[in-house]
Structure formats: C-alpha cells, structure tokens
Design a protein around this ligand. Structure first.
Ligand SMILES: [Fe+2]
Length: 371
C-alpha cells in the first residue's frame, strides 16, 4: 500500500500560531456574570464545548480529542461546571486556583506555569486566575465530541439574571440582545439535588495525585529509541497515559483512559526527536523555546517550520518527522497523542541503526529493549 502524503501547503494549514487563535468572548453561559465576563476562549483543534455557535475553530479535523485554550486576566473566574469526558489543563502562563465539588469546596489546587492537571469526569470544577493578567491555559478534552457542559445550579441562576439562557440543544440565547427563546426546545434546568448528591467526591489527595508539578518533575532520560543518539538526547515525562515513549515502562502521572496521551519533552539545543512517523494524531504544544519540525511531504521536499511559545502543530499521521530544539536555551514541548493504547513509532532506518551502537533495540512489537 502506498502512503498518501500531504502537500507542503496542506501541512502548513496544520500549524496554528498563537496569533491565529481567535478569541470568543461569548462562548459560555457565564460570559456576562461579573468575575467571568473577561474570559476569552479558543477552539484550536475540534469544537470543544463552546456554546456560542460562533466560535472559530482553527482545525476541525477529528483527532479523537480537542485542544482549546483560555486567556483570563487576574481575578477572572471559570464557573463551576462538569464534563462527560476527560479535561486536562496545561498552564502556559500565570497562577491558577482550581476548585472542585458541588459547591466548589471539596479542595483546591494552585498551579503555576508548566503544571498540568487532569480533572476526573463527572465532578464539578472551576478555576480562577490568581496571578498575572496574561494568564493562559491550554485545555485538552477527551473524545471527538466532548458533549455539552453541565453548569452548576448557581451558575445558571446567575446567568439568567444577565439575560442568558442555555437550551437543551446547547444553544446559548442572549435575551438582553432581543434573542427569543426558541420553541420546541427546553431550557436547561439546574441539576436536581438528588443527582448532585449522587456525584462522587474527590479528595484533596486524589486531585493532587493527578497534577504534574513542573518544578518537581522527575525525568526519564532513556525512554526513546533515539535517547542515546546525537540529536535525540532528551528528558521526557509521562503525564497522561502511555504517550509515545518507546519504553512501555516509562511511568506516567495519570493512568485512567482519557482518549489521548500527554507527555513533556525537555531538550537542550540541537536535540529532540530524530526521524520517526506515528500512526495516530500528534499535536505539539510549545511551552518554551524554539522547535523546528521537519515533515516529509508529497512534494518530494520536506516541510519545515519553527514553532515558538504557545504555537500548536498537528503533525499529519504516518508522515516521517523530526522535532528539534533550535533555540539557545532548554526547550519544553508538550505532545498530545490520540488514543489510550501504547503507540509503536515507526523509526527511520538511520535511527534504528544508530541506536544499536548505543545498545538500544526494538522488539517485534516496536518496544524498547535496553541491552
Ligand atoms: Fe471545562
């Protein structure tokens, strides 16, 4: 079977610069509630859970997960809500307080830049920027369709006071702008008390075990086939699921199913990932530094791009690529990969041959064997 490669032009469309993110200020029902009215939401990959119907989505192609972001100034709040699928936040800038539970009082976790939190499904969560005005979070939501958000009862009541009404079909109606409540669709009612009472409680300890604390990160320096080779030296951190480490035994912080994996790559200038291809969606999210990504294309020559802080790139699957820190300082790159299963990478022949010189080989399933 011949491989279908994308043209350079097609690949370029998958590079989403931070300047390309389009803010939607009316994405959610709490958009007018004081404290939440300065929230800017972005749909970067997939529709996410926006309620406005007007959100611009940078890349609509289904990935098996959604990538979005929120920019909020100091003091701004994202109100208590609940999701049907996994929700993970990567803090790009600022200091954020996360709260959870029906009243938002079951615990709190304060995260700083580089930290990642995975909130369990079916519990109410909210968060507030308690740091600088340029607070910025990436969010990764599980599944292609993360379904609609369930808002806390008080959130719905507050919104109604500002003329905002949420319909059962997910539409957000702003009666203050003269929009009429459509017929034939019910208005969403607050979650009944017995349903609220049935939701499970997440302890402080359990939630903290689901946080990747950047400052306390514990590296694995030998988790990839190219880890001992020129240009492939790196420290890696499993955060959600298996990710793409060649070593299936690399530990990870959170191991329940999310529909995606997440890891952090830390590399010095000139290093990163040597040539490989991946059979599943791969999304690069730059935390720090300058990363050059080189991808094979249908045009015969390679596509090249240098990504900087907050840029996002969905590398097309089954295309050979290399990913290198081309900056002057240590670089940090988050990589989200589709699926819950461990993914065997398809390494280039040069990488496989060079690894042998460093006593690293692949078994028949593509798993790392250290000799
Ligand atoms: Fe959320």
């Amino acid at each position: 079977m011949t491989k279908q490669l994308m043209t350079k032009e097609e690949i370029a469309k998958r590079v989403i610069r931070k300047e390309d993110f389009v803010a939607d200020k009316a994405a959610f029902i709490d958009a007018k509630t004081p404290g939440s009215d300065k929230k800017e939401n972005y749909c970067i990959i997939g529709p996410g859970v926006s309620e406005s119907g007007t959100a611009v989505i940078n890349l609509k192609e289904p990935h098996g997960f959604n990538v979005g972001a929120a920019a909020m100034p100091n003091g701004c709040v994202n109100s208590l809500h609940l999701h049907q699928t996994a929700e993970v936040f990567i803090v790009a800038r600022g200091t954020w307080r996360f709260i959870w539970g029906n009243e938002g009082t079951d615990g709190e976790a304060v995260l700083n830049a580089g930290d990642v939190i995975s909130l369990p499904i079916h519990i109410f969560r909210g968060f507030k920027n308690i740091g600088s005005d340029d607070g910025f979070l990436f969010s990764v939501l599980g599944e292609d369709d993360p379904q609609s958000v369930t808002w806390g009862p008080q959130v719905l009541r507050d919104a109604k006071g500002h003329g905002l009404v949420l319909m059962e079909d997910g539409r957000l109606i702003d009666t203050s702008k003269g929009m009429e409540i459509p017929e034939g669709v019910d208005v969403i009612k607050p979650t009944p008390q017995e349903e609220l009472d049935a939701l499970r409680k997440v302890s402080q300890e359990e939630m903290e075990s689901r946080v990747f604390w950047f400052e306390n990160r514990v590296p694995d320096e030998d988790a990839f086939l190219d880890s001992r080779s020129e240009g492939g030296k790196k420290l890696t951190y499993g955060i959600i699921g298996h990710g793409i480490a060649t070593d299936v035994n690399r530990p990870s912080i959170v191991n329940n199913e999310h529909s995606f994996g997440l890891e952090l790559i830390e590399a010095e200038p000139g290093n990163g990932l040597n040539k490989f291809s991946q059979p599943t969606p791969q999304v690069l999210i730059v935390y720090k530094g300058e990363w050059k990504v080189t991808v094979e294309s249908a045009d015969g020559e390679e596509f090249e791009v240098v990504l900087t802080e907050k840029d996002v790139f969905s590398v097309p699957k089954d295309h050979m690529r290399s990913i290198k820190n081309v900056g002057d300082d240590t670089g940090f790159l988050y990589i989200a990969s589709g699926g819950d299963e461990w993914t065997a990478l398809d390494w280039s022949e040069e990488v496989i041959e060079d690894a042998k010189k460093h006593n690293l080989e692949l078994d028949e399933e593509g798993k790392l064997v250290k000799k």
